[in-house]
Design a protein around this ligand. Structure first.
Ligand code: KG4
Ligand code: ZN
Length: 336
């Protein structure tokens, strides 16, 4: 039985899993606090984590109907993410584990997104190709082993979720941008505006900054009234441009025939157009598509506990000096 904690961004999360079974998965979203700023304010996030974390851990244990003493290990996101936010989860996890002399497992947040696929129902076994697209990250992971993954493509600038968030702000649609753009795009014409889709070379890396710039200029050229009148078409075209690139790179990565399955993770994997087009791609290529429930796509602690099942536990007191790391590790976690 593993108690997991996740506080890398603006969600305060705790969960208890028993093997691949989720006993509880509590998420306290701070989105409402950050909405007025149009994005996550790191200092505000840290403060809210501090206020919420004990109550969130208590309700995760409560819902799972287990005592802390019954938990075998404590798992926590070590990075990447907002450093102040990460430190709240890491310190809390250390304290909980140390008080009971239990082992601690530091988890890479991105391994967590991959490991969401190992939870019930219908856990997916490697090998598979996993697209992780969130507000902070966009990468293609080649997964051959549940203990890690190989990065085979990554964004060179903005993350896909960041593009949704910035696009929504430009269109006056609020935060978080992904769901707002998806809603606004309903009934819009995805071909109405021709946004650039970065497809440079044969590589698997992504780029979204040109798309954002194109929207900045588009909005400026159209003017406020025209933007208002054509917002649905703008949202639909912008959403399609992001999905076009994600699907194109997935197709390119899958074409070699090396991967029997494709999985989607991260907040952007909640996007209905992306899900639909990934299904079409898998049907066409004869691959299995694994879509975890949306609650496991967005940040949560069950995925962190799931990754911890395949990582080495650190015995008390060796973990007490562990630090959080803010930026994505440049190397693959494990050579494939
Ligand atoms: O994984 P996540 O909850 O947190 C991070 O690790 O960043 O992802 C949040 C991101 C935000 O950028 C949000 O706009 C995006 O996921 N998102 C979506 C949708 N729901 C959330 N993007 C597109 N369509 C959605 N339905
Ligand atoms: Zn995430």
């Amino acid at each position: 039985m593993i108690l997991g904690l996740e506080t890398s961004c603006d969600d305060t999360c705790a969960a208890v899993i028993d093997g691949p079974r989720i006993l509880s998965n509590v998420v306290s979203s701070q989105a409402a606090f950050h909405e007025r700023y149009g994005g996550v304010v790191p200092e505000v996030a840290s403060r809210h984590h501090l206020e919420l974390v004990n109550a969130v851990v208590a309700s995760a244990l409560d819902e799972a109907e287990v005592e802390l003493a019954e938990v075998d290990r404590v798992a926590v996101t070590q990075g990447p993410g907002l450093i102040g936010a990460l430190l709240v989860g890491l310190s809390t996890a250390k304290a909980l584990a140390a008080a009971q002399r239990k082992p601690l497992i530091p988890v890479d947040h991105l391994h967590g997104h991959v490991a969401a696929n190992y939870l019930e129902a219908e856990p997916l076994e490697p090998p598979f190709l996993c697209l992780i697209a969130s507000g902070g990250h966009t990468l293609l992971a080649g997964v051959r082993d549940p203990s890690g993954f190989e990065v085979i493509g990554r964004t060179l600038d903005d993350a896909a979720g960041e593009a949704f968030d910035k696009g929504a702000r430009l269109l006056g649609l609020g935060y978080p941008g992904g769901p707002a753009i998806q809603r606004a795009a309903e009934g819009g014409d995805p071909q109405a505006f021709d946004f650039p889709v970065a497809m440079s070379g044969r590589g698997l890396d992504f780029s979204f900054s040109g798309l954002k710039t194109a929207l900045v200029y588009g909005v400026r050229e159209l003017g406020p009234e025209e933007v208002e009148r054509r917002r649905t078409d703008l949202a639909a075209s912008f959403q399609t441009a992001i999905t076009d690139q994600l699907i194109a790179k997935l197709r390119r990565a899958a074409r070699g025939g090396e991967w029997p399955a494709i999985a989607l993770g991260g907040g952007v994997a909640a996007n209905a157009e992306l899900r639909g087009r990934a299904q079409e791609l898998c049907d066409e290529l004869g691959l299995r598509l694994k879509l975890v429930p949306i609650a496991l796509c967005t940040d949560n602690a069950a995925m962190i506990a799931s990754a911890a099942r395949y990582s080495d536990p650190i015995a008390y007191p060796d973990y007490l000096s562990f630090d959080a790391f803010g930026t994505e590790r440049r190397r693959p976690l494990r050579a494939a």
